[in-house]
Design a protein around this ligand. Structure first.
Ligand code: SF4
Length: 663
């Protein structure tokens, strides 16, 4: 499809260059309204057993006090659905009016009970009327139609109850739990996810029921972003109402990884004005989720006042599938190389060998050698503080141009130019020169970089609508057929570590998801005056966040990926403790994806593309998977981690922990 034609067909957001929130219909959920002109709603989910009324109430209160505006509680069967009444009554008695959402999988009868009690019901279209058998069945048009009729029969009673009781509904598709019917026709694709929701939405619309919110979650950020975009597009093309969107990345994990992964998925969509309610799912206590969601959504308050960004008239980026921008290879940037990490230490004077550990490189004085871990920075930007010792082989130094001119070893260090220096320069490195360029300088720079095979751009923007401004600059380069590799540089004021993590994941991750960027650099300028330990702490954060963002956007795997569920009332073991234990034993298995799921009902489906799975299948019992295949059933939990390692070992994917350090 021609670029212009594609741009005309892009309806997934109002504008690619001017921030504006997608206009949706308002959906009332008790006292909270999702969509319309209302602020984005933050929500979360309990982890306590739903039958534990007091425990659930106490947890709900902790969640509300941490900023949660809507609380979801699992209702695996009728008895839990009924107990929602007790939880709700107790909360109201204690003065909390926060609306409740029942989370339903597989059990229409529980949904029908819950819909009479709580303000909203979430159904998963992949398993509301279907049992997952992982079977590929050949459907004729007629048998497919008969299946849809069967769904209608199963689903209609719930729609009627919701209408009668003023209960809202979320049609919540999960990438990992699509029905066999959808899988057989569309595969586990973004289109399959969208169609899965539309099957149910059509039934609601036929019944004139519109109190609906839709979600398209996946633990794969690329798939998740594409599915939401495609959903909006299909709603528009299909003449559906603009229903509000619930954003979330499933099984994001915990700690820094979980936050970064959530921000890459959720932030990317928020940047384009999509999203009316957000749930960040972390394998942590649920009261830690809302503050993260709030940090993500608060970033857009007043965003529409950003400096103008020139409109895009041709759009060479494919928003519904991942295609990498073509770039030439310059040293180890661009081409088929993984994106590189440049760690900025320019504000640190006289850095020592020992302090390089903050960049993932460890000096061993007794051997006078270096070791590097999986997050050893590829390049270090020393600015005007040249590094006073010899660097390890795995790392190269970039200096400001005027310092590089004065350097003794100009072959092994690389110059970084401003545009004015670049235009006037008479001396260049023979093979690799960095050019700092802001988005508004791209046009001016084009004649000077044309045909160069020794330049890497370090692109930044001062625009408050940062990601869109950078994306616009990429489009400008692409329109001008420039294939020079581009490292994306982001700068933030001195702020909390969480903010830096979430903002960088949004701004750079959003570009990487669209195939843009051959590297990442997080600026240190705001910390220039900070005490040394703060500076070094910040360097360490920027370095690990950089690798985290590349991994979360699925562009460079440098560590083990944990696809762990946030846990809920169905969970059969302590997920946080177990995740920590599995992480401790396996976190050196670079690029291996391990699913850690609380229950066998949803776990196997939801761990999506994990290489190995650890799934609770009964009290004290674990079932272990290789991909989607069960390898061992009902292993005693005390032995399960050892057994998991054994499976990985037999599969040839195990290495001993010490092996990850390379001299
Ligand atoms: S996989 Fe985890 S979060 Fe999902 S239903 Fe099971 S226990 Fe709950």
């Amino acid at each position: 499809m021609q670029a212009k034609e594609l741009l005309e067909k892009i309806k997934y957001c109002d504008s690619l260059t001017s921030y504006s929130r997608r206009k949706t219909i308002p959906v009332r959920v008790g006292d909270v309204i999702i969509g319309g002109d209302n602020p984005i709603v933050v929500q979360s989910m309990t982890t306590v057993d739903t039958m534990d009324t007091q425990g659930s109430v106490e947890q709900c209160i902790r969640m509300i006090e941490s900023g949660c505006q809507l609380i979801r509680i699992t209702a695996p069967s009728i008895k839990e659905a009924e107990n929602l009444q007790n939880i709700r009554n107790e909360l109201r008695k204690r003065g909390y009016n926060t609306p409740l959402v029942a989370d339903i999988h597989f059990t229409p009868n529980a949904a029908e009970v819950a819909a009479r009690i709580v303000e909203k019901v979430r159904i998963n279209p992949g398993n509301y009327a279907d049992k997952k058998k992982f079977e590929i069945i050949e459907y004729t048009d007629q048998s497919y139609q008969e299946e849809l009729e069967r769904i209608r029969e199963r689903f209609l009673p719930l729609v009627k109850i919701c209408k009668e009781h003023g209960t809202a509904m979320r049609i919540g598709t999960n990438h990992g739990s699509l029905s066999d019917r959808i899988m057989s026709r569309y595969g586990d694709t973004p289109l399959g996810m969208v169609e899965s929701a539309l099957e149910f939405l059509r039934i609601c619309e036929d019944e004139n029921f519109h109190d609906i919110v839709i979600s398209m979650k996946s633990s794969n950020t690329q798939v998740m972003v594409q599915a939401y975009r495609l959903l909006v597009q299909k709603l528009d093309e299909g003449g559906f109402k603009p229903y509000p969107l619930h954003l979330g990345v499933t099984e994001a994990g915990d700690g820094e990884d979980g936050r970064i992964k959530s921000a890459v998925g959720i932030g990317t969509l928020l940047e384009d004005g999509l999203g009316d309610t957000v749930r960040v799912s972390l394998t942590e206590d649920p009261e830690f989720e809302s503050p993260v969601a709030k940090t993500l959504v608060d970033r857009y308050l007043g965003r529409e006042n950003h400096a103008p960004i020139p409109a895009i008239t041709h759009y060479p980026i494919t928003p519904f599938e991942h295609n990498k921008r073509d770039s030439i290879e310059v040293f180890n940037f661009g081409g088929t190389n993984v994106p590189r990490v440049i760690t900025d230490i320019s504000a640190v004077a006289h850095i020592t060998e020992k302090e390089m550990k903050n960049l993932g490189h460890f000096y061993l004085p007794e051997l006078d050698k270096w070791k590097m871990n999986d997050q050893g920075a590829d390049y270090v930007f020393s600015g005007d503080h040249p590094i006073p010792f010899m660097l390890p082989n795995g790392m190269k130094e970039i200096q400001y141009y005027n310092h590089w001119l004065a350097a003794e070893d100009r072959n092994n260090k690389f110059p970084a130019f401003t545009l004015s220096e670049f235009k006037l320069a008479e001396e260049f490195h023979y093979g690799l020169n960095f050019l700092f360029l802001s988005d508004v300088e791209v046009e001016e720079a084009l004649p000077f970089i044309e045909g160069r095979h020794d330049v890497v751009i370090i692109l930044h923007s001062d625009n408050a609508h940062n990601m869109a401004a950078l994306r616009r600059a990429f489009v400008q380069l692409m329109e001008n057929h420039s294939q020079i590799p581009v490292v994306v540089k982001v700068d933030y004021p001195a702020q909390t570590q969480d903010k830096t993590m979430l903002y960088a994941a949004t701004d750079v991750g959003g570009l990487l998801v669209d195939g843009l960027g051959e590297g990442i650099m997080i600026g240190l300028e705001a910390y220039r005056e900070a005490p040394r330990e703060v500076l070094l702490e910040q360097v360490k954060l920027h370095n690990s966040v950089s690798f985290g963002v590349l991994q979360a956007a699925r562009t460079r795997m440098s560590k083990t990926e944990y696809i762990s569920c946030p846990s809920c009332g169905r969970t059969l073991f302590d997920l946080q403790e177990t995740t920590a234990m599995i992480r401790k034993r396996t976190d050196h298995l670079k690029g291996v994806k391990i699913g850690i799921m609380g229950c066998i009902v949803n776990g196997p489906g939801e761990m999506a593309d994990a290489d190995y799975g650890y799934v609770g299948s009964g009290k004290g019992k674990i079932t272990l998977y290789k991909g989607k295949e069960v390898v061992k059933r009902s292993v005693a939990s005390e032995k399960a981690v050892d057994e998991l390692i054994e499976i990985i070992r037999k599969d040839g994917m195990w290495i001993e922990p010490g092996e990850r350090l390379e001299v």
